[in-house]
Design a protein around this ligand. Structure first.
Ligand code: C5P
Length: 424
């Protein structure tokens, strides 16, 4: 399976002689099982026909910002958010200038401004235009904004001159696309680096020097040596958060109940079984700047677990006294000392998701609740995707359905923003 299998690329074709290579790029991407949706600028239509682009991409071509039918089918915001990556090839001097200045006067530039996804550009222009101080200044700005780039290459150009300005070959652009897609597809922070002409993901580290504590997975509350009470929890969302916090530069302590997945390398894992053990490990891990409680802690434990396996006696089921487990999240939220600056809880609900989450926010004393609907229809439990509502004291934000890794990257970016900046 290729790295591009099932990936959605929004290809923006600018108006330059290299636009014909855009066709080759579409073919190469489709061959690797990526889906390609195309926007053409008006000038691109002078070099390639929308019909050839549409037939190669197998989709209609979008070109007019004010087309009411297009907006009804898929608005420019949806268009740019529905993709895993935006690719601009060829990126003309004009498109680069618009991007650098945040201009949005046609569909291509509007989609580029509206997106929250990574953007990779393949510049192509006359050598003098490329070397012009204005283009170089615009490129420096794009680099600072986290835009990735590939090329331009050196060589003889269509205009007869020689030097840098030729668009990178489609095969080079495909490699750059594969590199760009290796991280989370949603851009967590502006500022990815471009080095050596080929895209490399080096996101900034807004949590450098910070400690993030995460609880994840279920707890197992023993009934006897072979039986236990537990909640359903794969641990995937908590582990994805640990990976995202690590990528953002944090030191991460992951207090984990029993799960069947591997922790991200570089995270300090504290394996636990029961709620009491989870509480002790979480408390011991303090101080932390951010504490995220993603574990599905069993609400009750058996007052006195059997020392030996309970046997069927033929006299009916054994009586079992349950006692309440400590609320780890509430305990840490309400600490006078060593309370993390940001305390985040999760709420897995099957009905009245937001109302229940708001009530939980107050009851637990935390700063945010990330609520999700885990009713069977949603397939959140153990699945790859998640739809979350971010419930804070200031209001509720509902996010569209995303991969758990993307949800994690966005949440970590949000949490990082909520921390008071450190001086010095
Ligand atoms: O009350 P409820 O279990 O729905 O609350 C869910 C949130 O509280 C989650 O963030 C969970 O990790 C946390 N929790 C906890 N300790 C408990 C129960 C829940 O930390 N005993």
């Amino acid at each position: 399976m290729s790295d591009l299998d099932g990936k959605r690329i929004l290809l923006i074709i600018g108006g330059g002689i290299a636009a014909y290579k855009g066709l080759e790029l579409i073919r190469a991407l489709r061959k690797k099982n990526a889906s390609v949706r195309c926007i053409m600028t008006r000038a691109a239509g002078e070099f390639v026909t929308p019909l050839s682009v549409a037939s190669l991409s197998g989709d209609k071509v979008y070109s007019d910002l004010f087309s009411l039918t297009d907006e009804a089918e898929m608005g420019h915001i949806e268009l740019s958010r529905d993709a895993d990556l935006l690719v601009v090839a060829p990126a003309t001097a004009n498109l680069i200038a618009k991007m650098a200045h945040g201009e949005a006067d046609d569909l291509a530039s509007t989609a580029l401004l509206a997106t929250d996804k990574r953007v990779l550009i393949a510049p192509a222009m006359n050598v003098r235009m490329w070397l012009h101080a204005a283009t170089q200044r615009n490129m420096a700005q794009l680099k600072e904004d986290g835009i990735l780039s590939v090329g331009p290459d050196e060589g003889e150009m269509a205009c007869g001159e020689f030097g840098p300005g030729r668009m990178a070959e489609p095969s080079e652009i495909v490699v750059a696309i594969e590199n760009a897609l290796k991280g989370a597809t949603v851009l967590p922070f502006p500022g990815a680096q471009v080095a050596g002409g080929v895209a490399r993901l080096e996101p900034p580290r807004p949590l450098a020097g910070r400690h993030v504590l995460i609880t994840a997975g279920p707890t197992h509350e023993p009934i006897d040596p072979v039986r236990y009470i537990a909640n359903r929890s794969s641990g995937k969302q908590g582990y994805a958060l640990a990976a995202a916090a690590l990528a953002a530069g944090a030191r991460v302590t992951l207090v984990s109940g029993p799960v069947g997945i591997e922790p991200p390398e570089g995270v300090a894992v504290v394996p636990v079984e029961t709620a009491i053990e989870m509480q002790a490990a979480a408390e011991k891990a303090l101080p932390a700047d951010i504490a995220i409680f993603a574990a599905a802690v069993a609400d009750w434990r058996v007052a006195e677990a059997g020392q030996h396996k309970l046997k069927k006696t033929g006299e009916g089921a054994p009586a079992m006294q349950l006692v309440e487990n400590p609320d780890i999240l509430a305990g840490i939220s309400r600490r006078k000392e060593k309370r993390p600056e940001l305390v985040v809880g999760f709420a897995a609900e099957t009905q009245d998701v937001i109302a229940n989450a708001k009530a939980k926010l107050d009851r637990k004393g935390c700063d945010l609740i990330i609520a999700n609907d885990v009713s069977a229809a949603g397939g959140v439990m153990g699945g790859e995707d998640n739809t979350v509502h971010v419930v804070g004291h200031g209001g509720v934000e509902t996010w569209k359905t995303m991969k758990k890794a993307d949800v994690a990257a966005r949440l970590i970016a949000l949490f990082a923003q909520r921390l008071k900046p450190r001086h010095g």
